[in-house]
Design a protein. Structure first.
Length: 265
């Protein structure tokens, strides 16, 4: 689903998106480093979703929050909220703010849970709900690329963090004298024949090799490993990996919904 562009358009869209009442309607809000995702759930079903730039469209986001003051909601925040946004969120009457102290339906064995990004943990919860009893490798391709392992008992063990697609392009440009800043495009080559192609090959193929390497290494520990690819850039890589993987764009939102259901119990 494409991001919404333009404040007036977004505001209109979000007001239309403001919840129509369902029997078990819940709202999941995932505020990340680059975007904000809002999901409306009816029970376990994700009925609708919007993705937008929180930094660019804060006023529309604040308007949306005013429409859901009485709704059951869960909020995960790994981005930077302004004081206005924090004040508006605090007015929500039935909201659960996800943090390291929130009860969850899986065991978190991360050594420093206070520093663990809530998006990583929620993705793991969403993965366990989809594939209970399986070893999981969750690859989230957002601002950063994270690799997280869940064992067959449903224990979150931790993983790895590396620079994401955009960070790699920007780093090559900012920390050199002559390399240009370029945008992603799909490639089918290994050897670049000019500077732009060489950057594309290094960044895109480098990420693919990295992903395949993590998958292969974790498969040696867990031969029946299931790999779930999620995040905003997942569609760039879903067809480039050697092992069949499961693409799940909304894994964090679904994990948040599971936490909200667990909290209710």
């Amino acid at each position: 689903m494409s991001n919404l562009k333009g404040n007036s358009i977004l505001k209109k869209k979000l007001w239309i998106f403001a919840p129509q009442r369902h029997l078990d309607m819940k709202i999941a809000i995932d505020i990340g480093n680059s975007t904000c995702k809002i999901g409306i759930f009816d029970g376990k079903e994700l009925k609708s979703k919007k993705i937008f730039s929180y930094q660019e469209e804060e006023s529309a986001f604040l308007d949306f929050l005013q429409t859901i003051t009485d709704s059951r909601a869960i909020i995960s925040n790994v981005g930077a909220l302004t004081e206005k946004a924090r004040n508006q969120i605090n007015l929500l009457k039935n909201a659960l703010f996800f943090n390291s102290e929130t009860p969850i339906p899986i065991l978190n064995r991360y050594a420093s849970p206070q520093t663990l990004g809530s998006d990583r943990l929620c993705a793991a919860i969403g993965g366990v709900y989809r594939f209970p009893g399986s070893a999981l490798l969750l690859i989230d391709t957002g601002t950063c690329i994270t690799y997280d392992l869940v064992n067959p008992s449903g224990h979150f063990l931790g993983g790895s963090i590396s620079p994401g697609l955009r960070i790699r392009f920007e780093a090559l440009h900012q920390y050199t004298q002559s390399l240009p800043l370029i945008n992603y495009r799909s490639i089918g080559f290994l050897t670049g024949t000019n500077t732009e192609e060489s950057i594309l090959s290094g960044v895109v193929n480098g990420i693919v090799f990295e992903m395949n390497g993590f998958i292969q290494s974790y498969e040696e520990e867990h031969p029946a490993l299931k790999v779930i690819l999620t995040g905003g850039n997942a569609h760039y890589f879903v067809d480039k990996l050697k092992k069949p993987i499961f693409a799940e764009e909304d894994l964090v939102l679904k994990g948040l919904n599971e936490v909200l259901d667990y909290h209710r119990k």
